[in-house]
Design a protein around this ligand. Structure first.
Ligand code: GDP
Ligand code: IMO
Ligand code: MG
Length: 423
């Protein structure tokens, strides 16, 4: 069977966790392919809320196996906390959560380097989640990283101490005083490693390719969003991994001709957390309403998310870069009550109107042009079938489908697993 992909088309937090959880009943295996604990994927069902950072969002279903792929970076300290949360819900992760030996480890000193780098940037800071993501991927591509498989080697401790020493030397080059207790950080790290060792380490690329040959169904779960991709996002205000479809190939060891459906998730409006350009950002009461009704606070850092209108220029770009075959529109319920909705359909770029996503979308180069749509007043959150959806929402969706050339197959009308309308 082919591997289906599910990924965010904006700046993250589109609702990937919720939809992976909903779709898991259709799959044998859920595999995370990139990112790490910078992600926060929220699942709500049976009156309880769960936030996953590194663990795939299929873990709450008894039927699916969950794989943390080689493209993911793991912080054993955060991972341990995630597992302890699963313990509270009696989730059997020992038999259902498999970890790639090639996934890289986030060391305590990676987190310190992230903090030092951000502080040193001053006003130009990226707004990193400070989880050590950038420094860990730098060590990976710099060929200095430590991988899960190293835990099975005799010289693991030596490798760890060697890299830590190197990081401490690097930290001393920053003109910044960080307050930390290395002994405490390393003790916490050791506890995390102990917990991680309880899990099954696998050669995940072999495992997944065998599963494909055995006709198993696999859903690859992305983290972050296309506009945070290290190549195609709003660089340098991006994360350090490939969040787009190609990242699933490199992050799982699955060949491009094995990819099936590409599910692209977007919010009916746009949010961004952290720094960086955001052409449709609102600073008025409409933006405040989206933030309030949509509870727009980061699932990982708790930071307020910036809000704005849907940006179709950016969405079409993400659809192209990923080869999206099906769209899923989230949080339509949050827009109930707006008289008029705006959708950005073109940019003015250095004085010329353009409809493609340009090299640089900083405000000095880009302003936006909007099309307007009639809003809807109906409360969508109790709706369960497509024929209950208001006409003005259907018109909004039809416009998005026409512009992108891709069908919107799911309309999500609330955070709960059940508040999902399949079209
Ligand atoms: P992810 O990172 O893409 O998994 O998304 P997050 O979990 O960070 O953020 C999405 C937020 O929106 C979470 O709080 C979800 O519970 C919530 N959510 C998801 N879908 C919907 C929806 O259709 N309507 C509303 N109101 N909330 C939603
Ligand atoms: P999920 O998977 C939203 C943002 C950070 C920052 C930039 C770089 O929940 O959608 P990093 O810590 O990766 O070096 O931060 O990327 N960012 C996210 N924003 N959702 C996420 O993940 C994010 N992961 C990173 O806010 O601007
Ligand atoms: Mg999130």
């Amino acid at each position: 069977m082919a591997v289906d992909l599910l990924l965010g088309l904006q700046w993250g937090d589109e609702g990937k966790g919720k939809i992976v959880d909903v779709l898991t009943t259709n799959y044998d295996i859920i595999a995370r392919f990139q990112g790490g604990p910078n992600a926060g994927h929220t699942l709500i069902f049976d009156g309880a809320k769960h936030v996953l950072h590194t663990i795939p969002s299929g873990i709450f279903h008894k039927t699916a196996l969950n794989v943390v792929g080689n493209g993911v970076v793991i912080d054993p300290v955060i991972f341990k906390k995630e597992l302890e949360n699963l313990d509270k819900h009696n989730i059997d992760y020992i038999s259902r959560l498999l970890i790639s030996r090639k996934a890289h480890l986030i060391l305590p000193t990676h987190r310190l380097l992230d903090a030092a780098s951000e502080t040193a940037k001053g006003k130009a800071k990226i707004g990193s989640t400070l989880k050590g993501i950038g420094p860990t991927y730098m060590d990976k591509t710099g060929r200095n990283g430590i991988r899960v498989g190293d835990l099975e080697l005799d010289n693991w401790e030596e490798k760890f101490q060697h890299l830590t020493k190197k990081h401490l030397k690097m930290l001393s080059h920053f003109d910044i005083q960080l307050d930390y207790d290395l002994v405490e950080l390393q003790a916490e790290f050791s506890e995390g490693i102990k917990k991680l060792r309880q899990l099954q380490f696998i050669d995940s690329e072999a495992y997944l390719n065998d599963a494909i040959k055995e006709n198993k169904t696999i859903l690859a779960e992305g983290a972050q969003g296309s506009l945070l991709d290290v190549d195609f996002g709003t660089y340098p205000f991006v994360t350090s991994s490939t969040t787009t479809a190609a990242g699933a190939c490199t992050g799982l060891g699955v060949a491009p001709n094995k990819i099936g459906e590409v599910f692209g998730i977007f919010k009916a409006y746009t949010t961004r957390v952290g720094s960086g350009p955001f052409p449709t950002e609102l600073f008025d009461k409409d933006g405040a309403t989206m933030a309030k009704v949509g509870h727009e606070f980061g699932a990982t850092t708790g930071r307020a998310r910036r809000c704005g209108w849907l940006d179709l220029v950016a969405l079409k770009y993400a659809v192209d870069v990923n080869g999206v075959t099906q769209l899923m529109m989230m949080k339509g319920d949050v827009l109930s009550g707006f008289d008029t909705l705006k959708v950005c359909t073109s940019y003015n770029y250095k004085g010329t109107e353009i409809t493609h996503f340009p090299y640089n979308i900083e405000p000095e180069n880009v302003s936006v042009n909007y099309s307007e749509f009639k809003g809807w007043d109906e409360d969508l959150t109790k709706m369960t079938s497509a024929n209950q959806l208001p006409q003005s929402l259907l018109d909004y969706v039809a416009f998005i489908e026409k512009e992108t050339g891709v069908p919107v197959k799911i309309v999500s009308v609330g955070p709960d697993r059940k508040q999902t309308i399949v079209r």
